[in-house]
Design a protein around this ligand. Structure first.
Ligand code: FDA
Length: 307
């Protein structure tokens, strides 16, 4: 029951101010968001890739209120890509982007987000890598998929995320499972109403398997975004049945969650990409991580008590 309460708090400005300002929050945040600047995160990228892992980099932030903030976000990604160029990692380091950070919710936001994300996709392609569009709440998805389709005309490898908890996603998966597409399947991290999404975890998990089968049997490149051990073994079995080789799909997990499993899967010869978020506007991202596993609150609470 705590998950939905935490998700509601993730959209509250008052809670944002309270939690962001508390000095005790920082060590807990660091577990999931290992830096606030490019300089802090470059050594993390080097460390992860030296261990045989790949990364997808996310500049944290969402729900911006001015077009200037969207420009700053675009520039933050361009700065990151410039640094990645020096590391020469190619597609081993890709980008994940939330279109709300690029202005999607502002007036004229669809066009604004497209105008801001395009240079990022171009810069990524110029260094041999790609961008994946994250999925946010369900009201944003038609715009996200339209931007994805537009970008794919010039950059067919641009990826997108689909969420198993939404009723619409099986149909989206069928439409997206075409040749050259890159689709990350996740369970879904937002608070969604019963009209559009499964409310029970078991229903979402069953949908995840149905949708993953569509992606594995399709012609695209499935990216399995989950830490769930059961789904990971089902994914391996579905890949085997679909005759996919290890470089024809990949696993993805979040930085700071089940890190041993990242290394285990990579050591078994799987492609394993770690979603690594950094930046100063970490509140929304952090609260979704707490909501996924309310036991994280104990960790948070303990760090407050030991101060
Ligand atoms: P589940 O929640 O069942 O967790 C399985 C196990 O993983 C747990 O038992 C626990 O051990 C561990 N675990 C999971 N979350 C944890 C946490 N926060 N802290 C500690 N342990 C945890 N969502 C979205 O709506 N849009 C998006 O674009 C993305 N993008 C994205 C990228 C990648 C690479 C991943 C892995 C996930 C996302 N998500 C996302 C988040 C996703 O929707 C989902 O909320 C989380 O992955 C948690 O679901 P699991 O599949 O891991 O299963």
């Amino acid at each position: 029951m705590l998950g939905p309460v935490i998700l509601a708090a993730s959209r509250s400005d008052r809670m944002r101010r309270l939690i962001s300002a508390a000095p005790v929050t920082k060590p807990v945040v660091d577990r999931f968001i290992p830096g606030e600047s490019v300089d802090q995160v470059v050594p993390i990228i080097q460390d992860l890739t030296a261990k045989g892992l790949e990364v997808t980099m996310d500049v944290v932030g969402e729900d911006i209120t001015t077009p200037e903030q969207a420009t700053l976000a675009r520039d933050a990604y361009l700065e990151l890509i410039d640094r990645l160029k020096q590391l020469e990692l190619g597609e081993r380091a890709e980008m994940s982007v939330k279109l709300s950070l690029f202005g999607q919710a502002l007036p004229g936001g669809h066009e604004l987000a497209l105008a801001n994300v395009r240079p990022v996709v171009e810069a990524a392609a110029a260094i041999g890598t790609t961008v994946t569009l994250d999925a946010e709440d369900h009201t944003t998805l038609d715009s996200m998929f339209a931007i994805h389709e537009e970008l794919r005309k010039d950059f067919p490898e641009t990826g997108c995320v689909i969420q198993a908890y939404l009723f619409r996603t099986e149909a989206d998966a069928r439409r997206l499972a075409d040749s050259g597409s890159r689709v990350r399947l996740v369970k879904g991290a937002y608070k969604e109403p019963a009209e559009v999404a499964y409310q029970q975890k078991a229903e979402t998990d069953k949908a995840y398997v149905r949708i993953l089968r569509i992606l594995m049997e399709g012609e695209g490149y499935p990216m399995i975004g989950s830490h769930d051990p059961r789904l990971i073994s089902i994914a391996q079995e579905l890949a085997r049945r679909a005759g996919r080789k290890p470089d024809e799909y990949e696993f993805q997990m979040l930085y700071g969650i089940r890190s041993d499993e990242h290394l285990r899967l990579a050591a078994e010869g799987h492609r394993m990409r770690v979603y690594t978020a950094y930046g100063t506007d970490w509140y929304g991202y952090f609260m979704r991580r707490l909501a996924e596993k309310p036991a994280n609150l104990l960790f948070f609470g303990r760090s407050i008590l030991t101060k």
